[in-house]
Design a protein around this ligand. Structure first.
Ligand code: IVH
Length: 675
């Protein structure tokens, strides 16, 4: 066909439409139907045409990048003010909100509400004129915000065009720009590495990313959008919030991941509880739920107070962060003698749990965050992780705060403390340090090790303090009568303990090696050793060279294993365990050696969530002779990307590394193993 201006334009329009559709499938629906390569191919084709004919459609995806940095942000007046929200901190306050609404409306009927998560991000107004994104502005003071259009265009979930048969003449769509929790954490890790201050929460991270004069910085941050509100509009109208949300969805705007329409306060509270329950599975930080009167007519009747509407409120979840005082810092001694500084706090309730301790990880971290005894600090508790110090409130300092230096002597046994060469750890060198011994016993009995049920933290402390267990070999000398003398045990619990110990006498070499607590030998290294040494006796007096031959085991592990198995005292311990009836089988031996090694020489990196646990997939790669590495580099052969891939995906793409799915990995394995 001849290339007339009309059919070139048509070709470009078709391409833009197609690319925008696939962008929507990827970033809004999270369900792409073409590969990244295919998308890139079509994108490059469009770019080529645009350059050749020097013509760019207003909704072309190429407009998402490439704006030169700004000197400042222009001010933008909102046609209708962007309001803030009143808060409700309890279910009772939610009921009071509903009562106020009904009183105002003089309604004895139940009112309809929409309920959705409150996103911890940055409010944004998107103005569309004749269907094309014209301007994006921040909330600012509610009346006037800043023009961040070029930055917002880099967010792929933001539609550049309203793909509706009849796009309204003008519409202001409001929503929240936010950052996923994973992305937020990865960004903070990167910033800390570079010595830059971490963002305190995803909201600040989103705001910091949007308010960049250089839009290429915004483009690098993975931001999303959830649209939840209507501003001014011309040429279209809606009866209710629900109808508006349905329209947004149809017009390909991303809307809150969960939104419900219900009647009456009880039903609202049910949804609030559902959101709170599901919140931990949301990829974004939700700090509450937003409740809105559904009917726009009723909203109008209710009107607004000074800054907040009477027709909406935000129910706030109990906070994950709290502020408290550092009463003391102590050095806690681990099983390998490593000292970990721990802050003892004035107890504070965070998200329904009282927190009185927080790990400070190591002295580098104390220095970096500049935490001192007497400081007021922000503590965060996220999910199941141990509470940690986010930041120090330096403005609260009185001058009486004290630094905490690494102790010269072990606080438990008084032995010397040494700084690990090249590392950040300080270690107690005492061989019989009580803290180390107790921690070693706890480790020996733990689930991934010998798995002795009931022999956890508290019971180990008790048995140790009563002198019943002074070494993990003593576990096998325990008698039921010893336990019955103790306050914690009755007939049944004592019998259970004895049974659990009995059960642990039969174990595998991999588990056993891990249980011994050899420095640097984690579960995975233990498994590799078991794959190469048939019997524990084969490791006695082993030389580092014989271990170094094992793929994936480096100098550090080999050295540490060799030292362990050349120490007469350790060998004595092993003999003692044998004489106490510990029996070791080794189902892992030579599994990998005899098996094929089809992935030999290939390095894989995993990102995101795969259908199987990550360590299992790494194990599979290792078993087949491949190498599973934690970070992407020039020597990476494949990046296996699961759901919600992290920054590794970007890095891999930059380096031109092949990105495959978990299913692709299985296909590769099948094709090379022929099974
Ligand atoms: S509605 C008058 N819905 O919370 C209605 N706001 O505290 C105002 N926010 O400025 C907004 N998620 O930045 C609404 N689902 C949601 C929200 C939400 C987060 C933010 C928004 C607003 C602030 C008010």
């Amino acid at each position: 066909m001849e290339k007339t201006p009309a059919n070139i334009k048509h070709e470009m329009e078709t391409l833009v439409k197609d690319l925008n559709y696939h962008c929507y499938r990827y970033y809004v629906l999270d369900s792409p139907v073409i590969s990244d390569e295919e998308y890139d191919k079509r994108y490059r084709h469009l770019k080529g045409l645009e350059e050749k004919y020097n013509y760019v459609l207003p909704d072309s995806p190429t407009r998402r990048v490439g704006a030169p940095p700004l000197d400042r942000f222009e001010k933008v007046k909102h046609t209708e003010p962007m309001l803030s929200l009143d808060n409700a901190f309890s279910h009772d306050e939610v009921r009071e909100f509903d009562e106020r609404v009904r009183r105002f409306l003089k309604s004895d009927k139940e009112v309809e509400y929409t309920v959705e998560p409150k996103y911890d991000g940055l409010a944004m107004e998107l103005t569309y004129k004749n269907g094309i994104l014209h301007k994006a502005s921040t909330r600012g003071d509610g009346y006037e915000g800043e023009d961040v259009t070029v930055n917002i265009k880099t967010i792929k979930a933001v539609p550049l065009k309203i793909e509706e048969a009849e796009a309204p003449e003008e519409i202001d769509v409001r929503g929240e720009v936010y950052m996923d929790i994973r992305e937020f954490e990865a960004l903070n890790r990167e910033r800390e590495k570079r010595g830059e201050p971490a963002f305190a929460n995803p909201r600040n991270a989103a705001a910091g990313s949007v308010r960049q004069l250089d839009s290429s910085i915004t483009a690098k941050r993975k931001l999303y959008l959830a649209c939840y509100g209507a501003g001014a509009m011309k040429g279209i109208s809606f009866k209710s919030q629900w109808e508006f949300i349905s329209w947004l969805r149809k017009a390909r705007f991303p809307v809150p991941s969960m939104i419900k329409l219900v009647k009456g306060a009880d039903a609202v509270i049910d949804v609030i509880m559902e959101i709170e329950e599901k919140r931990k599975d949301f990829p974004f930080e939700a700090d509450g739920a937003v409740i809105k009167v559904n009917e726009f007519d009723l909203q109008k009747t209710l009107g607004m107070k000074t800054r907040e509407p009477r027709w909406a409120t935000a129910y706030k979840f109990p906070a994950h962060q709290g502020t408290t005082e550092v009463k003391e810092i102590i050095a806690s001694v681990g099983r390998t003698g490593a000292l970990t500084p721990v802050a003892f706090l004035e107890p504070v309730r965070i998200g329904g749990v009282t927190v009185s301790r927080s790990t400070l990880h190591n002295w580098d971290e104390i220095e970096r965050k500049d935490v001192r005894i007497g400081d007021f600090v922000v503590i965060e508790r996220a999910g199941d992780v141990i509470p940690h110090v986010v930041s120090v409130l330096k403005e609260k300092r009185t001058g009486k705060e004290r630094h905490f230096s690494p102790p010269a002597k072990c606080p438990v046994c008084g032995s010397a403390v040494e700084r690990e060469e090249g590392g950040v750890a300080y270690r107690c060198i005492g061989l019989n340090c009580a803290a180390q011994v107790r921690e070693r016993i706890k480790h020996y009995a733990s689930r991934s090790a010998m798995d002795i049920e009931g022999l956890g933290e508290k019971n180990v402390e008790l048995l140790y303090s009563k002198g019943l267990i002074r070494h993990f070999t003593d576990i096998y000398k325990l008698r039921k009568e010893d336990l019955l003398d103790l306050p914690r045990y009755a007939e049944k619990s004592a019998q259970n303990m004895i049974d659990a110990i009995e059960k642990s006498r039969h174990t595998t070499l991999a588990r056993f090696l891990y249980s011994l607590g050899i420095v640097h030998v984690g579960e995975y290294a233990a498994k590799l050793l078991a794959g190469n040494f048939k019997d524990i006796g084969d490791l006695y007096h082993v030389k580092p060279e014989s271990i170094m031959g094992i793929k994936q085991i480096g100098e550090k592990i080999a050295g540490s294993v060799s030292i362990f198995f050349n120490d007469p005292e350790n060998l004595q311990t092993l003999e003692t365990l044998k004489s106490l009836g510990v029996k070791i089988s080794n189902p892992d031996f030579r599994k990998e050696k005899e098996g094929k090694r089809p992935l030999e020489g290939l390095t894989f990196v995993i990102t995101g969530t795969l259908p199987r646990p990550r360590n299992e997939v790494e194990q599979l790669i290792g078993d087949l002779g491949g190498r599973a590495s934690g970070s992407v580099s020039g020597s990476t052969d494949y990046l296996v990307a699961g759901e919600e891939p992290g920054s590794k995906l970007r890095k891999a793409k930059e380096l031109g590394i092949k990105v495959i799915s978990y299913e692709d990995l299985l296909t590769i394995i099948k094709s090379v193993t022929g099974s």
